[in-house]
Design a protein around this ligand. Structure first.
Ligand code: PLP
Length: 353
Protein backbone atom coordinates (compact mmCIF):
# COMPACT_ATOMS: atom_id res chain seq x y z
CA UNK A 1 0.00 0.00 0.00
CA UNK A 2 1.27 3.48 -0.75
CA UNK A 3 1.65 5.48 2.44
CA UNK A 4 -0.27 8.72 2.71
CA UNK A 5 -0.26 11.50 5.25
CA UNK A 6 -2.21 10.31 8.32
CA UNK A 7 -4.42 13.42 8.13
CA UNK A 8 -6.06 11.95 5.02
CA UNK A 9 -7.71 9.26 7.18
CA UNK A 10 -9.60 12.01 8.98
CA UNK A 11 -10.80 13.83 5.89
CA UNK A 12 -14.31 13.12 4.69
CA UNK A 13 -14.88 11.25 1.46
CA UNK A 14 -16.92 13.43 -0.87
CA UNK A 15 -20.40 12.06 -1.40
CA UNK A 16 -22.36 13.71 -4.18
CA UNK A 17 -25.71 14.97 -2.97
CA UNK A 18 -28.51 12.98 -4.52
CA UNK A 19 -30.93 14.93 -6.66
CA UNK A 20 -34.10 15.65 -4.72
CA UNK A 21 -37.32 15.21 -6.70
CA UNK A 22 -40.92 15.16 -5.41
CA UNK A 23 -43.41 12.44 -6.41
CA UNK A 24 -44.94 14.87 -8.93
CA UNK A 25 -41.52 15.64 -10.42
CA UNK A 26 -40.74 18.99 -8.77
CA UNK A 27 -37.13 19.75 -7.89
CA UNK A 28 -35.70 22.84 -6.19
CA UNK A 29 -32.03 23.08 -5.26
CA UNK A 30 -31.78 25.32 -2.22
CA UNK A 31 -28.65 23.65 -0.87
CA UNK A 32 -25.68 25.50 -2.40
CA UNK A 33 -26.43 29.25 -2.25
CA UNK A 34 -26.34 29.49 -6.02
CA UNK A 35 -27.90 32.21 -8.15
CA UNK A 36 -31.33 30.78 -9.06
CA UNK A 37 -31.44 32.42 -12.50
CA UNK A 38 -30.02 31.26 -15.85
CA UNK A 39 -26.84 32.95 -17.11
CA UNK A 40 -27.31 36.27 -18.92
CA UNK A 41 -27.25 36.04 -22.75
CA UNK A 42 -24.27 38.43 -22.89
CA UNK A 43 -22.30 36.14 -20.59
CA UNK A 44 -23.23 33.04 -22.57
CA UNK A 45 -22.04 34.85 -25.72
CA UNK A 46 -18.68 35.64 -24.13
CA UNK A 47 -18.39 31.98 -23.11
CA UNK A 48 -19.18 30.83 -26.67
CA UNK A 49 -16.56 33.20 -28.09
CA UNK A 50 -13.96 31.98 -25.58
CA UNK A 51 -14.80 28.37 -26.45
CA UNK A 52 -13.41 28.95 -29.94
CA UNK A 53 -9.96 29.60 -28.44
CA UNK A 54 -9.63 26.66 -26.09
CA UNK A 55 -6.80 25.03 -27.98
CA UNK A 56 -4.67 27.80 -26.41
CA UNK A 57 -3.57 27.94 -22.79
CA UNK A 58 -5.35 30.58 -20.74
CA UNK A 59 -3.64 33.82 -19.77
CA UNK A 60 -1.76 32.59 -16.69
CA UNK A 61 -1.65 36.08 -15.20
CA UNK A 62 -5.36 36.74 -15.88
CA UNK A 63 -4.39 40.20 -17.15
CA UNK A 64 -7.77 41.22 -18.57
CA UNK A 65 -9.73 40.11 -15.54
CA UNK A 66 -7.21 41.64 -13.14
CA UNK A 67 -7.52 44.97 -14.98
CA UNK A 68 -11.30 44.78 -14.95
CA UNK A 69 -11.41 44.05 -11.20
CA UNK A 70 -8.87 46.74 -10.36
CA UNK A 71 -10.90 49.23 -12.40
CA UNK A 72 -14.20 48.15 -10.90
CA UNK A 73 -13.02 48.49 -7.30
CA UNK A 74 -10.52 51.34 -7.67
CA UNK A 75 -7.53 49.34 -6.44
CA UNK A 76 -4.05 48.88 -7.96
CA UNK A 77 -3.74 45.82 -10.21
CA UNK A 78 -0.94 44.60 -7.92
CA UNK A 79 -3.53 44.21 -5.17
CA UNK A 80 -5.59 41.64 -7.10
CA UNK A 81 -4.95 37.86 -7.09
CA UNK A 82 -7.13 35.29 -8.83
CA UNK A 83 -7.95 31.67 -8.19
CA UNK A 84 -10.23 28.89 -9.40
CA UNK A 85 -13.06 29.90 -7.08
CA UNK A 86 -12.45 31.69 -3.81
CA UNK A 87 -12.15 28.32 -2.09
CA UNK A 88 -8.99 27.82 -4.12
CA UNK A 89 -7.79 31.31 -3.22
CA UNK A 90 -8.38 30.34 0.41
CA UNK A 91 -6.34 27.19 -0.16
CA UNK A 92 -3.57 29.32 -1.66
CA UNK A 93 -3.71 31.51 1.46
CA UNK A 94 -3.33 28.49 3.74
CA UNK A 95 -0.29 27.46 1.72
CA UNK A 96 1.28 30.86 2.24
CA UNK A 97 1.27 30.50 6.05
CA UNK A 98 1.49 26.77 6.72
CA UNK A 99 4.77 26.50 8.57
CA UNK A 100 4.84 23.71 11.17
CA UNK A 101 2.81 24.75 14.25
CA UNK A 102 1.24 27.73 12.52
CA UNK A 103 -2.23 28.42 13.89
CA UNK A 104 -5.20 29.65 11.89
CA UNK A 105 -8.23 31.01 13.74
CA UNK A 106 -11.77 30.84 12.42
CA UNK A 107 -15.25 30.84 13.85
CA UNK A 108 -17.27 27.67 14.17
CA UNK A 109 -19.67 26.93 12.74
CA UNK A 110 -18.61 28.75 9.63
CA UNK A 111 -17.68 27.84 6.06
CA UNK A 112 -16.95 24.10 5.96
CA UNK A 113 -13.94 24.56 3.67
CA UNK A 114 -11.88 26.20 6.45
CA UNK A 115 -11.23 23.08 8.56
CA UNK A 116 -10.63 20.99 5.44
CA UNK A 117 -8.09 23.43 3.99
CA UNK A 118 -6.47 23.85 7.40
CA UNK A 119 -6.01 20.09 7.77
CA UNK A 120 -4.73 19.71 4.23
CA UNK A 121 -2.16 22.45 4.64
CA UNK A 122 -1.01 21.08 8.00
CA UNK A 123 -1.75 24.16 10.13
CA UNK A 124 -3.38 23.95 13.55
CA UNK A 125 -7.07 24.88 13.46
CA UNK A 126 -8.23 27.14 16.26
CA UNK A 127 -12.03 27.19 16.21
CA UNK A 128 -13.86 29.84 18.17
CA UNK A 129 -17.54 29.08 18.79
CA UNK A 130 -20.16 31.48 17.46
CA UNK A 131 -22.00 33.56 20.05
CA UNK A 132 -25.69 33.89 19.20
CA UNK A 133 -24.95 32.55 15.70
CA UNK A 134 -22.43 35.39 15.11
CA UNK A 135 -18.62 35.59 15.05
CA UNK A 136 -17.45 36.27 18.60
CA UNK A 137 -14.69 38.71 17.67
CA UNK A 138 -13.60 39.30 21.27
CA UNK A 139 -13.07 35.60 21.80
CA UNK A 140 -11.30 35.39 18.46
CA UNK A 141 -8.93 38.19 19.45
CA UNK A 142 -8.34 36.43 22.77
CA UNK A 143 -7.41 33.23 20.90
CA UNK A 144 -4.42 34.89 19.19
CA UNK A 145 -1.06 33.46 20.24
CA UNK A 146 2.50 34.04 19.00
CA UNK A 147 1.87 31.12 16.60
CA UNK A 148 -1.23 32.67 14.99
CA UNK A 149 -0.59 33.39 11.34
CA UNK A 150 -4.02 33.94 9.82
CA UNK A 151 -7.61 34.62 10.89
CA UNK A 152 -10.70 34.11 8.73
CA UNK A 153 -13.75 36.30 9.31
CA UNK A 154 -16.69 35.21 7.20
CA UNK A 155 -18.98 38.25 6.90
CA UNK A 156 -21.88 37.49 6.40
CA UNK A 157 -21.25 34.11 7.97
CA UNK A 158 -22.01 30.91 6.09
CA UNK A 159 -24.22 29.10 7.18
CA UNK A 160 -25.90 31.44 9.69
CA UNK A 161 -26.19 34.60 7.54
CA UNK A 162 -25.23 36.78 10.50
CA UNK A 163 -22.91 39.80 10.29
CA UNK A 164 -20.30 41.70 12.24
CA UNK A 165 -20.68 45.46 12.11
CA UNK A 166 -18.24 48.32 11.67
CA UNK A 167 -17.43 49.25 15.29
CA UNK A 168 -16.72 45.73 16.51
CA UNK A 169 -14.86 44.71 13.36
CA UNK A 170 -12.56 47.74 13.35
CA UNK A 171 -11.94 47.31 17.10
CA UNK A 172 -11.01 43.69 16.38
CA UNK A 173 -8.69 44.60 13.51
CA UNK A 174 -6.98 47.17 15.73
CA UNK A 175 -6.17 44.38 18.18
CA UNK A 176 -4.69 41.91 15.69
CA UNK A 177 -0.88 42.04 15.52
CA UNK A 178 0.50 43.39 12.24
CA UNK A 179 2.13 40.06 11.33
CA UNK A 180 -1.17 38.15 11.42
CA UNK A 181 -3.16 38.15 8.18
CA UNK A 182 -6.90 38.75 8.54
CA UNK A 183 -8.96 37.45 5.64
CA UNK A 184 -12.44 38.93 5.32
CA UNK A 185 -14.38 36.29 3.39
CA UNK A 186 -17.09 38.31 1.66
CA UNK A 187 -18.60 35.68 -0.63
CA UNK A 188 -22.04 37.22 0.05
CA UNK A 189 -21.11 40.91 0.08
CA UNK A 190 -23.53 41.80 -2.74
CA UNK A 191 -26.51 40.69 -0.63
CA UNK A 192 -25.68 42.92 2.36
CA UNK A 193 -28.23 45.71 2.93
CA UNK A 194 -27.34 46.66 6.51
CA UNK A 195 -25.43 49.95 6.07
CA UNK A 196 -23.47 49.29 9.26
CA UNK A 197 -21.77 46.22 7.81
CA UNK A 198 -18.42 47.48 6.53
CA UNK A 199 -17.23 46.84 3.00
CA UNK A 200 -13.96 44.96 3.45
CA UNK A 201 -12.47 47.02 0.65
CA UNK A 202 -12.74 50.11 2.88
CA UNK A 203 -11.10 48.22 5.76
CA UNK A 204 -8.15 46.81 3.85
CA UNK A 205 -6.92 50.08 2.34
CA UNK A 206 -4.97 51.36 5.33
CA UNK A 207 -4.35 47.92 6.86
CA UNK A 208 -1.55 45.93 5.20
CA UNK A 209 -2.51 42.76 7.09
CA UNK A 210 -6.16 42.73 5.94
CA UNK A 211 -7.32 41.13 2.69
CA UNK A 212 -10.73 40.57 1.13
CA UNK A 213 -11.92 37.38 -0.52
CA UNK A 214 -14.71 37.58 -3.11
CA UNK A 215 -16.23 35.24 -5.67
CA UNK A 216 -18.10 35.16 -8.96
CA UNK A 217 -19.94 32.03 -7.80
CA UNK A 218 -22.87 33.54 -5.91
CA UNK A 219 -24.25 36.96 -6.91
CA UNK A 220 -22.58 36.83 -10.33
CA UNK A 221 -23.96 33.38 -11.10
CA UNK A 222 -20.74 31.68 -12.27
CA UNK A 223 -20.52 28.84 -9.72
CA UNK A 224 -19.91 26.28 -12.45
CA UNK A 225 -16.91 28.13 -13.89
CA UNK A 226 -14.83 28.60 -10.71
CA UNK A 227 -13.47 32.13 -10.40
CA UNK A 228 -12.69 33.95 -7.19
CA UNK A 229 -10.25 36.63 -6.13
CA UNK A 230 -8.43 38.31 -3.32
CA UNK A 231 -7.86 42.01 -2.90
CA UNK A 232 -5.04 42.82 -0.52
CA UNK A 233 -1.81 44.73 -0.33
CA UNK A 234 1.07 43.85 -2.65
CA UNK A 235 2.86 41.36 -0.36
CA UNK A 236 -0.38 39.45 0.33
CA UNK A 237 -1.60 39.39 -3.27
CA UNK A 238 1.87 38.46 -4.47
CA UNK A 239 2.09 35.55 -2.00
CA UNK A 240 -1.27 34.28 -3.23
CA UNK A 241 -0.14 34.54 -6.87
CA UNK A 242 2.96 32.50 -6.07
CA UNK A 243 0.88 29.65 -4.67
CA UNK A 244 -1.50 29.52 -7.63
CA UNK A 245 -1.35 26.34 -9.69
CA UNK A 246 -0.32 27.50 -13.20
CA UNK A 247 -3.30 28.23 -15.46
CA UNK A 248 -5.75 27.45 -12.65
CA UNK A 249 -8.33 29.97 -13.89
CA UNK A 250 -9.35 28.74 -17.33
CA UNK A 251 -9.91 30.99 -20.32
CA UNK A 252 -13.69 30.52 -20.43
CA UNK A 253 -13.98 31.45 -16.76
CA UNK A 254 -11.84 34.55 -17.30
CA UNK A 255 -13.98 35.67 -20.25
CA UNK A 256 -17.24 35.01 -18.39
CA UNK A 257 -16.04 36.94 -15.34
CA UNK A 258 -15.07 39.95 -17.47
CA UNK A 259 -18.47 39.82 -19.21
CA UNK A 260 -20.19 39.57 -15.82
CA UNK A 261 -18.47 42.69 -14.56
CA UNK A 262 -19.62 44.44 -17.73
CA UNK A 263 -23.19 43.26 -17.05
CA UNK A 264 -23.01 43.97 -13.34
CA UNK A 265 -26.09 46.23 -13.23
CA UNK A 266 -28.25 43.47 -14.67
CA UNK A 267 -26.81 40.89 -12.30
CA UNK A 268 -27.29 43.12 -9.28
CA UNK A 269 -30.97 43.57 -10.21
CA UNK A 270 -31.29 39.84 -9.73
CA UNK A 271 -29.51 40.10 -6.41
CA UNK A 272 -32.14 42.66 -5.43
CA UNK A 273 -34.90 40.15 -6.25
CA UNK A 274 -33.19 37.59 -4.03
CA UNK A 275 -32.87 40.14 -1.23
CA UNK A 276 -36.62 40.89 -1.44
CA UNK A 277 -37.37 37.17 -1.36
CA UNK A 278 -35.05 36.78 1.61
CA UNK A 279 -37.18 39.21 3.59
CA UNK A 280 -40.37 37.48 2.50
CA UNK A 281 -39.04 34.01 3.39
CA UNK A 282 -37.70 35.04 6.79
CA UNK A 283 -40.91 36.89 7.69
CA UNK A 284 -42.98 33.88 6.67
CA UNK A 285 -40.82 31.57 8.79
CA UNK A 286 -41.11 33.91 11.79
CA UNK A 287 -44.85 33.88 11.19
CA UNK A 288 -44.78 30.08 11.33
CA UNK A 289 -43.11 30.33 14.72
CA UNK A 290 -39.50 29.55 13.75
CA UNK A 291 -36.49 31.29 15.21
CA UNK A 292 -34.46 32.63 12.29
CA UNK A 293 -31.32 34.71 12.79
CA UNK A 294 -31.39 37.96 10.81
CA UNK A 295 -29.60 37.21 7.55
CA UNK A 296 -27.65 39.46 5.19
CA UNK A 297 -26.83 36.64 2.77
CA UNK A 298 -28.82 34.63 0.20
CA UNK A 299 -29.85 31.97 2.70
CA UNK A 300 -31.54 31.44 6.06
CA UNK A 301 -30.41 29.28 8.97
CA UNK A 302 -32.62 27.12 11.15
CA UNK A 303 -31.05 25.65 14.28
CA UNK A 304 -32.97 22.39 14.33
CA UNK A 305 -30.64 20.33 16.51
CA UNK A 306 -31.58 16.64 16.57
CA UNK A 307 -34.42 17.23 14.11
CA UNK A 308 -32.14 18.50 11.33
CA UNK A 309 -32.11 15.26 9.34
CA UNK A 310 -35.84 14.78 9.71
CA UNK A 311 -36.42 18.33 8.49
CA UNK A 312 -34.24 17.85 5.41
CA UNK A 313 -36.16 14.67 4.62
CA UNK A 314 -39.49 16.45 4.93
CA UNK A 315 -38.32 19.17 2.53
CA UNK A 316 -37.07 16.52 0.09
CA UNK A 317 -40.56 15.02 -0.09
CA UNK A 318 -41.65 18.29 -1.72
CA UNK A 319 -38.61 18.30 -4.01
CA UNK A 320 -36.72 20.88 -1.94
CA UNK A 321 -33.03 20.19 -1.33
CA UNK A 322 -31.70 22.03 1.73
CA UNK A 323 -28.27 21.80 3.35
CA UNK A 324 -28.34 19.88 6.64
CA UNK A 325 -25.40 20.11 9.07
CA UNK A 326 -25.42 17.02 11.27
CA UNK A 327 -27.44 17.63 14.41
CA UNK A 328 -26.92 21.39 14.34
CA UNK A 329 -29.24 22.89 11.79
CA UNK A 330 -30.08 23.45 8.16
CA UNK A 331 -29.19 26.20 5.73
CA UNK A 332 -31.76 27.01 3.07
CA UNK A 333 -30.76 29.12 0.06
CA UNK A 334 -33.14 31.75 -1.26
CA UNK A 335 -34.32 30.69 -4.71
CA UNK A 336 -37.02 31.77 -7.13
CA UNK A 337 -40.40 32.70 -5.59
CA UNK A 338 -41.76 29.30 -6.68
CA UNK A 339 -38.91 27.41 -4.99
CA UNK A 340 -39.25 29.53 -1.86
CA UNK A 341 -42.97 28.83 -1.70
CA UNK A 342 -42.31 25.10 -1.97
CA UNK A 343 -39.83 25.38 0.90
CA UNK A 344 -42.17 27.47 3.06
CA UNK A 345 -44.98 24.95 2.58
CA UNK A 346 -42.71 22.10 3.70
CA UNK A 347 -41.48 24.15 6.68
CA UNK A 348 -45.05 24.96 7.72
CA UNK A 349 -46.02 21.32 7.56
CA UNK A 350 -42.98 20.29 9.61
CA UNK A 351 -43.74 22.95 12.17
CA UNK A 352 -47.30 21.68 12.55
CA UNK A 353 -46.22 18.13 13.36
C1 PLP B 1 -19.59 29.89 -1.53
C2 PLP B 1 -18.50 30.45 -0.66
C3 PLP B 1 -17.26 30.76 -1.18
C4 PLP B 1 -17.00 30.72 -2.64
O1 PLP B 1 -16.68 29.57 -3.17
P1 PLP B 1 -16.15 29.51 -4.67
O2 PLP B 1 -14.98 28.62 -4.54
O3 PLP B 1 -15.77 30.88 -5.10
O4 PLP B 1 -17.27 28.96 -5.44
C5 PLP B 1 -16.28 31.27 -0.35
N1 PLP B 1 -16.54 31.50 0.93
C6 PLP B 1 -17.72 31.24 1.47
C7 PLP B 1 -17.96 31.54 2.88
C8 PLP B 1 -18.74 30.68 0.69
O5 PLP B 1 -19.92 30.40 1.24
Amino acid sequence: MPRFRPILDQLPVYRPGKAVVSADGRSFKLSSNECPYDPLPSVVEAIAAAAREIHRYPDAACVGLTEALAGRFGVPQEHVALGAGSVTVAQQLFETVSDPEAEVIYAWRSFEAYPLLADLSGVVSVRVPLAEETHDLRAMAAAITPRTRMIFVCNPNNPTGTVNRTAELTAFLDEVPADVLVVLDEAYREYVRDADVPDGLDLYRDRPNVAVLRTFSKAYGLAGLRVGYLIGHEPVASAVRKTMVPFAVNSIAQAAAIASLAAEDELLERVELVVKERTRVRDALLGQGWEVPPTEANFVWLRLGERTGEFAERCAVDGVAVRPYGVEGARISIGTPEANDAFLAAAADFRGR
